[in-house]
Design a protein around this ligand. Structure first.
Ligand SMILES: *Cc1c(COP(=O)(O)O)cnc(C)c1O
Length: 589
């Protein structure tokens, strides 16, 4: 493609994007395809001969688009928002064209300097403590853009680990670094994101997962008791990861209680993960939710979740950047440059060497909307979440499970078992009208509704609440007429495999004239996934929420059917009654 062709196709692509955005509302939210759908549609081998742009775009339209879950759809209410806006898309386009790899100041001075400046802007706008900013020159702090919150937590844990090992080595200089690992303990609550567990796994340290209070917030006294107990055992607490806005139900750990506890153990690094909710702190009235931030050593939030910046843009600030970089710096000759001493080299702030020019999109978005425009956006989402909550509260069939302080509402059917709520969620997702995912809130299965779309309005939120109420009516009615499922008792052995013990016979003969829920469901929506999938979806949650050994992927490829991508399996009671039909035998029915 030469530059003139690019000029033409670039404009066509913008038109295609505009058309996509404009027609999104008429599409199903989730893809309606089976696993493996794409392979038969594409050639087995890469083309030897060049193909035209038009041919490629035709395949995009007819082969790729049918397999897309539309995260920017106005009725996508799953997970958290995937930030997106036109200024961000344009900035990323420019970043790709510049194509610089900003690992050091010299590798592209503007790339580094803009990142430092925009993170100071953003940090100030959030009301973070001054020590987190790179300005003034005397400051030890600063911000950096990482690819994801998971990386923010990993690198802060690595920095904390390096700091702890340095301290321990002073007492035992002859020991190898790894010899101290068995003594190190990190802490988080059961509500923390699974990436904390992943970080601990990578760091080869123990993670103690603490129980939050009955509002899902980690409390100071809980941490204090755990620290005292572990220190008495000769262990070394070195890292506490708190969450401001948990993924499951958006609870806020009590940082103002946890901070002072950590201060009593000078070796502890206190991190605040606010990947989603942190963006809301650009609104001063929401800052009470981060009370205690002055105790934290580091903080992260993802504008690529809730501030209209496209993935990847996870912002992280540290109080002491030397503590961070000393855990990550290696300095071979070919990467040194004349200005090393007086400039920031972001390669020492994270894992990759190569870095995209990501500050550009954050800068474009902040300038295009202005802080006031971004505040309006955040406030509207919060108001809409509260509107949704108010609507559901009026309907006595629902019960609310979280305090709605930002854009997330957790609810379930009142006086019902988990099973019925799983049915409801499965119906919602299989309808293709809305997309939502589950979470566990105080060990109860919850449906999770997030306000996501940039231009979400009263109309869409009311429509969603009405659609959910209608599907709830169907699920409740079907419950009364459904035949009992085949139930198999299983136990889990140590490898978490399910071993079949026996199959108690509880299936009832099918009554003539009674429409089972599956049949009814199938009749309504012929393109909906088969009943098998409805059953599978209830097995999955994307948040750990939380059992330490809950990581177990589905054994069935068909688990992807409902579009609710199974990331992790919801904790199951053990020994448990498991509906074996979930994993087999259904097709024959
Ligand atoms: C989404 C989320 C994460 C993970 O974010 P990634 O950027 O995808 O790694 C971590 N913590 C919290 C609280 C989150 O909500």
């Amino acid at each position: 493609m030469n530059i003139e062709e690019f000029r033409v196709h670039g404009k066509e692509m913008v038109d295609y994007i505009c058309n996509y955005m404009r027609t999104l509302e008429g599409k199903r939210v989730t893809a309606n395809v089976d696993p493996g759908y794409l392979r038969p549609l594409l050639p087995n081998e890469a083309p030897m001969k060049a193909e035209s742009f038009d041919a490629i775009m035709r395949d995009v339209e007819y082969k790729i688009m049918p397999g897309i879950t539309h995260w920017q759809h106005p009725r996508f209410h799953a997970y958290f928002p995937s930030g997106n806006s036109f200024p961000s898309i344009l900035a990323d386009m420019l970043s790709d064209a510049i194509g610089c790899i900003g690992f050091s100041w010299a590798a592209s001075p503007a790339c580094t300097e803009l990142e430092t400046i925009v993170l100071d802007w953003f940090g100030r706008a959030l009301g973070l403590p001054e020590e987190f900013l790179a300005e003034p020159e005397s400051s030890n702090g600063g911000g950096v853009i990482q690819g994801s919150a998971s990386e923010c937590i990993l690198v802060t844990m690595l920095a904390a680990r390096a700091q702890a090992i340095r301290a321990l080595r002073q007492q035992a200089p002859h020991m190898e670094d790894s010899a101290f690992l068995p003594r190190l303990v990190a802490y988080c609550s059961t509500e923390a994101h699974s990436c904390v567990e992943k970080a601990a796994m990578i760091c080869l340290v123990k993670l103690r997962v603490l129980e939050p209070d009955d509002r899902c917030c980690l409390r100071g006294h809980t941490l204090e008791a755990a620290l005292a107990e572990d220190v008495a055992q000769g262990l070394v607490p070195f890292f506490v990861s708190t969450t401001l806005g948990t993924t499951g139900c958006c609870a806020f750990d009590k940082l103002q209680e946890i901070g002072p506890v950590c201060k009593r153990y000078p070796g502890i690094w206190l991190h605040a993960d606010s990947a989603y909710a942190g963006n809301a702190f650009i609104c001063p009235e929401l800052r009470p939710l981060m009370a205690g931030i002055e105790y934290a050593d580091s903080f992260n939030t993802n504008p690529n979740k809730w501030l209209l910046v496209s993935f990847d843009c996870s912002c992280m600030w540290v109080r002491d950047r030397v503590k961070l970089t000393s855990a990550l710096a290696v300095d071979p000759l070919y990467l040194q440059h004349a200005n090393s001493a007086e400039s920031i080299d972001y390669r020492h702030w994270g894992i990759p060497l190569s870095r995209r020019f990501r500050a550009l999109k954050l800068w474009f978005v902040i300038r295009s909307y202005g802080l006031s425009g971004l505040q309006t956006y955040i406030r509207r989402h919060i108001r809409l979440a509260q509107r949704f909550e108010a609507k559901l509260k009026k309907d006595k069939r629902f019960e609310m499970l979280n305090e709605v302080r930002v854009g997330l509402v957790c609810f379930r059917l009142r006086d019902s078992d988990d099973e019925l709520n799983q049915e409801l969620l499965a119906s919602i997702n299989a309808s293709g009208k809305l997309h939502m995912i589950p979470a566990r809130v105080r060990s109860r299965y919850a449906l999770r509704f997030c306000v996501v779309h940039e231009h979400a309005s009263d109309r869409e939120i009311d429509w969603a609440a009405d659609a959910i109420a209608e599907l709830a009516g169907e699920v409740l009615a079907a419950r009364c007429s459904a035949p009992m499922p085949i139930v198999t008792t299983t136990i889990h052995d140590q490898n978490q495999n399910q071993r079949q013990l026996h199959t108690p016979q509880t299936q009832q003969p099918k009554q003539l004239g009674v429409v089972s829920e599956e049949e009814e469901f199938g009749n309504k929506s012929p393109k909906s996934p088969a009943p098998l999938d409805k059953r599978l979806v209830r097995k999955f949650s994307f948040t750990r929420a939380v059992s330490r050994d809950a990581y177990r992927r589905s054994r069935s490829k068909t688990s992807l059917h409902d579009g609710a991508t199974p990331i992790m399996v919801v904790e199951e009671p053990r020994p448990s009654i498991v509906d074996e039909d979930v994993f087999g035998g259904c097709e024959s029915r």
